[in-house]
Design a protein around this ligand. Structure first.
Ligand SMILES: [Zn+2]
Length: 330
């Protein structure tokens, strides 16, 4: 049985956890830490199947045993899923912790968004982690394990899911025959995903892709119009006066990534970009401006984000950006 057959990348986890499960040497608690969409759920689910499977060694992705199929469908009674765990949930777990599993040899608790547990909930959980019955396994999923209490972290093994490369994401989508979307939008989505397959799939399954592409166009327009520093700059910034603070922050954030790409392609063409989908496009825009100019506006936009974070309103932030651009022009 290939436990982590369905997991892309993340070889470290495949080896460490895969071997532990195969040799029945797994621990009673794991913290799976990683950015959104990097496969934390997939790891927990596949590990649960590896632990609980009743069809070893024949059970596989072509033919699953009854238990693995149930876990895949999220309806195995012995694999319990909790989101943003609260003290009441801990109480519930404690009450049933010593009851035998109903259909498997183990009971598995998957606690999603573990970092959202408050200290009280974490302390309550700690007691269960300290002396769990031998047939209980916890998977705590979180984006940042450092916010968990040291006492929790020290009682679990921390595994980190890693962002995928753009090529790994493309290969996955190809293997799933995901089509019906034009390739240039797909490239933009993959580039803006920072290696999060979950983000890409979310985007493809929703109408968010269109707005992402519009936002990127708008951010690029902003980045370029600042560099041009002419009348178009003012027109472009005025058109943003009615935006919400969050929206403007998002556009500023994207503009920073665009500037970063522009500055980098001026140094080297052998680079993986974060905003532009091709080095050619990034270079052709960047070639019109000096690195120092690009970096100047990078810091201007960065200051804009800081201002918005400290509650400056949208028009004031934009006006100070216009004023600073004018100074630079002189
Ligand atoms: Zn199975």
């Amino acid at each position: 049985m290939e436990i982590f057959n369905g997991l892309i990348g993340n070889e470290d986890i495949k080896n460490a956890l895969g071997n532990a499960i195969t040799n029945s040497e797994f621990l009673h608690a794991y913290i799976i830490e990683g950015a959104y969409g990097t496969g934390k759920h997939t790891v927990a689910r596949l590990a649960s199947m590896g632990i609980m499977c009743k069809g070893k060694p024949l059970c596989n992705s072509d033919k699953r045993c009854n238990i693995c199929q149930k876990i895949l469908n999220d309806n195995c009674t012995d694999v319990r899923f909790f989101d943003a765990f609260k003290v009441d949930d801990v109480r519930k777990i404690k009450e049933e912790l010593y009851e035998s599993p109903t259909e498997c040899d183990y009971k598995i608790y998957i606690l999603n968004n573990a970092e959202k547990m408050n200290v009280k909930a974490q302390n309550a959980l700690l007691i269960s982690l300290e002396e769990p019955p031998p047939n209980v396994v916890f998977f705590l999923l979180c984006t940042d394990a450092t916010v968990l209490l040291e006492t929790i972290r020290s009682r679990a093994q921390i595994l980190r899911t890693k962002p995928l490369t753009n090529e790994q994401i493309r290969a996955y989508l190809k293997s799933k025959d995901i089509s019906g979307i034009d390739t240039s939008s797909l490239d933009e989505i993959i580039i803006s995903s920072n290696g999060s397959l979950g983000y890409v799939l979310d985007m493809l399954n929703s109408s968010k892709a269109d707005s992402l592409i519009k936002d990127r166009e708008k951010a690029l327009e902003l980045a370029i119009s600042l560099l041009k520093n002419d009348n178009s700059t003012i027109t472009s910034l005025y058109s943003m006066f009615n935006m919400t603070r969050d929206k403007l922050k998002e556009l500023f954030g994207l503009a920073l990534i665009a500037y970063r790409d522009m500055a980098v392609v001026k140094k080297t063409k052998n680079v993986s970009l974060c905003f532009f989908t091709s080095v050619k496009e990034a270079s052709s825009i960047a070639s019109k401006y000096s690195v120092s100019k690009i970096l100047y506006y990078y810091s201007m936009v960065e200051k804009g984000i800081e201002a918005l974070n400290s509650n400056s309103n949208v028009p004031n932030t934009l006006i100070s950006l216009i004023t600073n651009s004018k100074k630079k022009g002189k």
